[in-house]
Design a protein around this ligand. Sequence first.
Ligand code: SF4
Length: 127
Amino acid sequence: MSPRETVICIGCPLGCRVTAVTDRKGTVTALKGAECKQGQKHVLEELRNPVRTLTATVRTGDESFPLLPVRTSRPVLKVMLRPIMRETAKVKVKPPVKAGDIVIANVLKTGADLVATADWPAPGEGV
Ligand code: SF4
């Protein structure tokens, strides 16, 4: 981490720009710009251990519905996003799929499942 790093807090829609000042060992010595304690906590976590919920699509092999939207069931370490994307590229799902169905369980041992976020076929449509 550089001596000063600025991140945008995503704890609420205000989106404060928070600057973290660190010492030589990388320990955060000051946070400037956060409007609340919750934001400070969120920014510290973001600097130490950034996580994100991944949203993506997987292939179906069906020309009329080629891609099924998916997401991770919980946030995963940011460094795992690219490896998980590579896993999604290997997947080809078959119908029927319901929103919430697990497409990949415990993807890359992150503790998160890759789950469908849409029905396929859509309600009212046949297989
Ligand atoms: S620091 Fe607090 S007020 Fe500012 S964006 Fe984060 S949560 Fe919202």
